[in-house]
Design a protein around this ligand. Structure first.
Ligand SMILES: C[S@@+](CC[C@H](N)C(=O)[O-])C[C@H]1O[C@@H](n2cnc3c(N)ncnc32)[C@H](O)[C@@H]1O
Length: 241
C-alpha cells in the first residue's frame, strides 16, 4: 500500500513544492545525466523504466534531451512505492501537457505510476532498460534481490540495467554518506542504508548473473568532503538471458 504521512511529513511535503527545491532537483538531474553519461546508452525509440523514480526530474530531463537531440525515446516510465512524490510528478506532467501544442502531445510520454519494484507491471523481455538511480541502497538485501530479478525479467536479452549508487569503503565515508542521505531524503535517524564499496557492488551484480559492461565513477562535492558514486551499466550474462 502507498505510505501514510504524519503531520511533520505533510508539512515538509508541502514545503518541498517551493521553487528553490524544484530548482535544486532540476539542477541535480542535469548534474547526474552529465556525470553518469546515461544518455549514450539509450536507443532511439527504446522503452525504459526507472524504479524508485522519486519526483521524476531525471527521466523527464532525459526524455527532453533525447527529443531535442533527434533521438527520441518511445518512453521512460517511472514507478515509485511512495505515492506523494508521484502525485507531484503527475501534476507537473499535466501542466506540461496543457502548455504543449496538440502536435506535440504524444511526445515524451512520462507514464508515472505507483508500483513496487518487486512486482513490475511489465511483461517479460519487453523493455530496453531499467534504471535504479540511488534507490537500491534504501532497500534491504532480500528486497534488493527480488527487485533486481524483476529487472532481469522485464529486460530484453540485450537490454541494459542501470544502477547509480553510493560507494562506501570506510566508516568515515559511511558517516558522511549517511548524513547526507538523511538530509536530502528527510529521513529519520533509524533509516537503514545498504551501501557497498565499488568492488562489493561488482561482486553483488555478478552474483545476480549480471556483468558490468560500463562504469562511471564520480563524486558529489560537499562542504565536508567528496561523496563517491558509481554508475553501473549491467547486462544479463549469456547463461541467464
Ligand atoms: C533516494 S530516492 C531516489 C529518487 C530518484 N531516483 C532520484 O535520484 O532523485 C529513493 C526512492 O526509491 C523509492 N523506493 C524504495 N523502495 C522501493 C520499491 N520497492 N519500489 C519502488 N520504489 C521504491 C523510494 O520511495 C524513493 O522515492
Amino acid at each position: 500500500m502507498p505510505e501514510k504521512f504524519g503531520f511533520q511529513e505533510r508539512v515538509l511535503d508541502e514545503a518541498s513544492e517551493l521553487w528553490p527545491i524544484e530548482y535544486f532537483l532540476q539542477k541535480r538531474a542535469e548534474w547526474f545525466i552529465e556525470k553518469s553519461g546515461i544518455e549514450k546508452y539509450l536507443k532511439v525509440g527504446g522503452q525504459y523504466l526507472d524504479v524508485g523514480t522519486g519526483r521524476g526530474h531525471i527521466t523527464q530531463r532525459v526524455l527532453a534531451d533525447m527529443e531535442t537531440s533527434g533521438a527520441p525515446l518511445k518512453g521512460y516510465y517511472g514507478i515509485d512505492i511512495a505515492e506523494r512524490p508521484l502525485r507531484k510528478v503527475q501534476k507537473r506532467e499535466a501542466t506540461r501537457l496543457k502548455k504543449t501544442t496538440e502536435a506535440d502531445q504524444g511526445k515524451n510520454p512520462m507514464g508515472f505510476v505507483w508500483a513496487d519494484g518487486e512486482d513490475l507491471p511489465f511483461q517479460d523481455g519487453t523493455l530496453d532498460g531499467v534504471s535504479y538511480i540511488f534507490s537500491i541502497h534504501h532497500m534491504d538485501k532480500v528486497m534488493t534481490g527480488k527487485v533486481m530479478q524483476e529487472a532481469k525479467r522485464v529486460c530484453k536479452p540485450d537490454g541494459n540495467i542501470f544502477v547509480a549508487e553510493d560507494i562506501v569503503d570506510s566508516d568515515e565515508q559511511r558517516k558522511l554518506t549517511e548524513d547526507r542521505d538523511r538530509l536530502l531524503n528527510w529521513e529519520g535517524k533509524d533509516a537503514k542504508h545498504n551501501y557497498k564499496s565499488d568492488q562489493e557492488w561488482e561482486e553483488y551484480f555478478n552474483g545476480l548473473g549480471l556483468e558490468v559492461v560500463g562504469r562511471e565513477l564520480f563524486n558529489s562535492e560537499t562542504r565536508k568532503g567528496p561523496i563517491p558514486h558509481g554508475f553501473y551499466v549491467l547486462r544479463k550474462k549469456p547463461e541467464v538471458r
